[in-house]
Design a protein around this ligand. Structure first.
Ligand code: PEP
Ligand code: MG
Length: 602
């Protein structure tokens, strides 16, 4: 008797690549490798080390081959994601450590690889930052491939797919994804993965809708089930009803048209209905991301997060290595400017680098500029590298997590010292390089006027500003529902910052996530004149489209009304009512989602 099909189930996940895909499921059969610890004699050690090295080499060759074959599928700027993965096969964190493990513990190659990786995972297990979690997953994917080579067990591959399908898998590596042909793979769903997953970035580049982090999806779905991947709300519908099917098919077609329109309009000016000219910029983590950002319509880089330079390599990058990267930024983004933010390490960003023990309160601890003052050599080298790069384009410096005028003055005096030294050494730099601060600590917001004489610009970091204003750990799942951008105190603080900056004639921008959501962007532009709004580059076309449909004068009048409201629920209702008439069907806002305002704010 045929098994009865499960119908009408819905599962939730995280949108890794937007869009809607409808098709039949193909459940990819990857398996867990169960390994047993085999002890070896000392004479066996060199043979196991040779086995390990040759498995690494075979894996590397396979990956290089895949990367070469994928280039034709992928946008040029995407293949950079694959090469660092290949480089991981040279990383001593794994290679040298595995060899030592075989020698010291007298175990076979398979066990040594697994054990070395497990120890790495244990060391990093408290890290909340999604970017770092993702890098750990990259390691995991590569290790899995080495183990497959060592054990000779190959799992199911996408090559066996004949008809167009929706792939359902526990996990997919960026390599698996890069091989996907859009004729055969309509969309995919995985059980693991987060927003910043490289697998998702590649899927977006191939324009394959994807939802990741869907718990137990491989057990909920059977081969040939009818599936809808809703990469707009982050849902997966398993065997949907006929009405749902028709409804989503209509949405899918609309979406395709909408995306095409957005792409077509990416180069247009961001001008509102009442002729206010706005400028949208991109937040990036590598010089490799800049050309894609410019293609999406970015007029510069509003936030270059340098901390990722410090975790990609094996050791801290020195002045020269940083200089080369910042120089590339300056040259690639020209004629636009790029704001390079000095190190924002600490908090949830790689605390293990400088502490064996986790801090009791990392978000309030030795983070960002505080860490830089404690590690002066590191800070000075970074400032010198940025100054040297400023000779090659419009580079600006921004300090994170400033909380007092004294800190700002101290940072500026260290910068002045670096300038004097470069002058003495006859090394060119831009003497008028602009310097700004992140406004993300409430103390700065309250007395912002006092900072005006020491800076050329302000940039509001809404992510941290909300965290510190509301005393909500931004990475803590259990209090996530209290992280509330529409809280009256948040709106009031933002309004005060923007108005004070305007009054003191200091250009002010926004680089936190609020700027990437159309409904929040409406509030921000209604609060006063913004120099730039900077966001993840894929959000630029949709925010541009939205801002071209609104009037700043109307937004300002609405903001005035909302600032008088004391309840999130009322602010939200009013905002939706005012914005809905100008909101295109395809635009997504978290304010509109069904899950908005869980808990106390509902
Ligand atoms: C912010 O805090 O809003 C911000 C943009 O910086 P980060 O997310 O890197 O802390
Ligand atoms: Mg911040």
């Amino acid at each position: 008797m045929a098994l009865k099909k499960k119908t009408g189930k819905t599962a939730r996940g995280i949108i890794a690549s937007p869009g809607i895909a409808i098709g039949k499921a193909y459940v990819l059969n990857t398996f867990h490798l169960y390994l047993v610890k085999h002890s070896i004699e000392r004479e066996e050690v060199s043979r196991q080390i040779d086995r390990f090295h040759s498995a690494v080499e075979v894996t590397r060759e396979k990956m290089v081959k895949t990367a070469k074959e994928s280039v034709k599928n992928l946008a040029e700027n995407m293949s950079y994601i694959l090469h660092p993965q290949i480089q991981l096969l040279k990383d001593p964190t794994i290679i040298d450590a595995t060899v030592k493990n075989i020698e010291k513990n007298l175990v076979d190659a398979e066990w040594a690889v697994k054990d070395t990786y497990d120890k790495l995972v244990a060391r990093f297990k408290n890290i909340q930052d999604p970017y770092f979690k993702e890098r750990l997953r990259d390691f995991g994917a590569v290790i899995y491939k080495v183990l497959q080579t060592l054990t000779g067990k190959e799992s199911d591959t996408l090559e066996s797919v004949k008809d167009p399908v929706i792939v359902v898998a526990h996990d997919l590596t960026p390599f698996d994804t890069a091989q996907m042909s859009t004729n055969k793979i309509l969309g995919f769903i995985t059980e693991v993965g987060g927003k910043t997953s490289h697998t998702g970035i590649i899927a977006s580049s191939l324009q394959i809708p994807a939802v990741v982090g869907v718990k137990n999806i491989t057990s909920l779905v059977e081969n040939d089930d009818r599936i809808i991947v809703d990469g707009i709300s982050g849902r997966v519908l398993i065997n949907p009803s006929d009405e749902e099917f028709v409804d989503f098919n209509r949405k899918r077609v609309n979406n395709l048209y909408f995306d095409r329109e957005l792409e077509r309009d990416a180069g247009l000016a961001t001008e509102t209905k009442d002729a206010v000219r706005l400028s949208l910029q991109a937040n990036v983590e590598s010089s490799n991301d800049i050309s894609a950002a410019v293609e999406h319509g970015a007029e510069g880089i509003g936030l270059f997060r340098t901390e990722f330079l410090f975790v990609n390599g094996r050791s801290w990058p020195g002045e020269n290595e940083q200089f080369e990267e910042y120089k590339k930024v300056a040259q690639t983004v020209a004629p636009h400017p790029a704001v390079i933010r000095t190190l924002d390490l600490g908090g949830d960003k790689m605390p293990w680098v400088y502490k064996d023990e986790p801090e009791p309160n990392p978000a309030l601890g030795l983070r960002a500029i505080r860490y830089c003052f404690e590690n002066r050599h590191l800070f000075s080298a970074q400032l010198r590298a940025i100054l040297r790069a400023s000779h090659y384009g419009d580079i600006r410096i921004m300090y994170p997590m400033i909380s007092s005028v004294e800190e700002l003055r101290k940072a500026n005096s260290i910068l002045a010292k670096q300038k004097r030294e470069l002058k003495r050494e006859d090394i060119p730099f831009n003497e008028d390089l602009k310097v700004g601060i992140m406004v993300e600590v409430p103390s700065v917001a309250i007395v912002l006027e006092q900072f005006a004489e020491y800076v050329d610009f302000f940039s509001i970091g809404t992510n941290d500003l909300i965290q510190y204003l509301l005393a909500i750990d931004r990475g803590h799942e259990k209090v996530a529902h209290l992280y509330e951008p529409l809280h009256p105190a948040v709106l009031s603080a933002l309004n005060m910052i923007i108005k004070t900056a305007n009054r003191t004639n200091v250009p002010v921008s926004v680089c936190g996530r609020m700027g990437a959501d159309p409904l929040y962007a409406y509030l921000l532009v209604g609060m006063g004149a913004l120099a730039h709004i900077s966001m993840e580059s894929h959000s630029i076309p949709k925010i541009k489209r939205f801002l071209r449909n609104i009037s700043v004068a109307e937004a300002a009048a609405d903001v005035k009304k909302m600032l008088g409201m004391s309840r999130v629920r009322d602010i939200r209702r009013y905002l939706i009512k005012q914005v809905s008439p100008v909101l295109d069907d395809g635009l997504i806002s978290e304010v509109l989602s069904e899950d908005y305002g869980r808990g106390i704010y509902r």
